[in-house]
Ligand binder design. Structure first.
Ligand code: FES
Ligand SMILES: [Fe+2]
Length: 441
């Protein structure tokens, strides 16, 4: 049991199992925010969310309210959303344009987009002889310690030291390469708003579900079967059902043994990847037009290489789940030990036909939106898991599936052949968790 102070955290995690307190103890949650979320690279947003100077989006990093803003110099800055005067948040809205500078709504201190003080009302008459002066760094809005972006995806770290973004992402950068390479123009742009879901469960339960390749054929079987029945009926009548039915019916038609045919790859820092399962290369006119645009941009060989990358999911620990082939991602914002906000974002492939966007949008709406049965079934599992873990019905969470058969090579752990349903990704995430939580500061 936890004592007055939290004992050696590494005792809570064994290679194949984890103690339940890791998910339900509020003190562990606070430590996670300090040692993980407020240290590592966290996804803030996409550069195309803030195209013009003064455009901003507010975002949460760990427990910190932050604001991502485009400066007049074209650079993207990430600042604490806090006025240095009496602490008011500078941006109360979720997003907008702040104009040529930030102006605090309380006493009108103003700041440049990079957080530097611009002006204080009554500077001369009100502050003469006080310790507050224009050169005092305490007058600036505090910036995130580090901000970097990769192919337009902006990350910030609240710690001055640590790996660079490129080092942190490592092989998992394929999430962004695969997504952007699929655009004839080589980049994506944000679809301007997202779904937001508050899950009544710990943040790790969501992440552990993302590469859990066994659960779809159980949890999503009923929704998949219903879609499959309708799909067959439409095929019987017309010869061809819209692809959107396949997106749902695949949950039922891809059975557990088929899921096992795929593979998981597990990288340093807790990142993981699950190879693809859905055939999404039909030969309809829209797909052919898209493939022609890609060939025109890249040449035949490179276009074929891009299209043959088949990744279902990349998880960038501890806050991002990316489906590059479908141009979407989910950002995880822990709110408390049993509340987690997920933002579900969608992107357009620049230079691709509108119909290709519509197809990916169908998946976004059918599978990942709050209104679909797929997402609802996942949410119910997450809530049930959290309730069970909060009980005295057992001490451990099991990650034993295919344990002992992982293959490690050059720092990358892969689930063995035909072990796509391995719990290796969960083991990998908890391995990183221990490293972060017990690291010397
Ligand atoms: S709190 Fe911002 S100007 Fe006073
Ligand atoms: Fe699911």
């Amino acid at each position: 049991m936890l004592q007055e102070t939290i004992p050696d955290l590494s005792k809570f995690v064994e290679p194949d199992r984890v103690r339940r307190e890791v998910y339900v103890d509020p003190r562990i949650f606070e430590l996670e925010m300090q040692r993980i979320h407020e240290r590592v690279w966290i996804y803030c947003g996409h550069e195309s969310q803030v195209p013009k100077p003064g455009d901003y989006w507010t975002v949460r990093i760990g427990r910190q309210p932050m604001v991502m803003v485009r400066g007049a110099d074209g650079r993207v800055h990430v600042l604490y959303n806090r006025c240095p005067h009496r602490g008011a948040m500078l941006c109360g809205d979720q997003h907008g344009n702040t104009g040529a500078f930030f102006r605090c709504s309380y006493h009108a201190w103003t700041f440049h987009h990079d957080g530097r003080l611009r002006n204080i009302p009554m500077m001369e008459s009100g502050y003469a002889g006080t310790r507050l002066s224009r050169d005092n760094p305490d007058c600036h809005v505090k910036p995130a310690a580090r901000v970097e972006s990769y192919r337009g995806f902006v990350f910030a770290s609240l710690a001055a030291d640590g790996p660079t973004l490129a080092e942190f992402l490592g092989e998992a950068r394929v999430a962004f390469d695969d997504m952007c390479d699929r655009a004839p123009a080589g980049e994506v742009e944000i679809v301007p708003n997202c779904f937001r879901v508050v899950q009544h469960s710990n943040w790790k339960i969501f992440l552990e579900n993302q590469l859990d390749a066994l659960h779809p054929s159980v949890t999503h079987q009923s929704a998949g079967r219903a879609a499959h029945e309708v799909e067959k009926e439409i095929e019987r009548r017309t010869g061809k059902a819209p692809l959107s039915y396949h997106m749902l019916s695949a949950f039922a038609t891809v059975t557990i043994d088929k899921w096992d045919a795929f593979q998981t790859l597990n990288y340093p820092y807790g990142h993981c990847l699950l190879t693809g399962y859905m055939g999404l290369r039909p030969r309809d006119p829209d797909t052919l037009a898209y493939e022609a645009a890609l060939e025109k941009a890249y040449g035949k060989k490179r276009a074929e290489e891009i299209l043959s990358v088949n990744i279902h999911h990349v998880l960038i620990y501890p806050g991002l789940s990316v489906q590059p082939q479908l141009q979407q991602l989910r950002a995880v914002r822990p709110l408390s030990v049993d509340r987690t906000l997920t933002e579900i974002w969608h992107f357009r492939l620049k230079g691709a036909p509108e119909a290709i966007y519509r197809r990916a949008l169908a998946y976004y709406n059918l599978v990942n939106s709050p209104s679909t049965m797929i997402n609802a079934d996942d949410l119910e599992n997450f809530w049930k898991c959290h309730q069970g873990l909060a009980s005295a019905g057992g001490d451990w969470v099991s990650f034993h599936r295919h344990y002992g058969r992982d293959v490690e090579k050059d720092g990358v752990v892969s689930s063995g052949p035909n072990m796509g349903t391995s719990e290796a990704p969960m083991r990998n995430q908890m391995k990183a968790w221990v490293q972060y939580m017990t690291a010397e500061k």
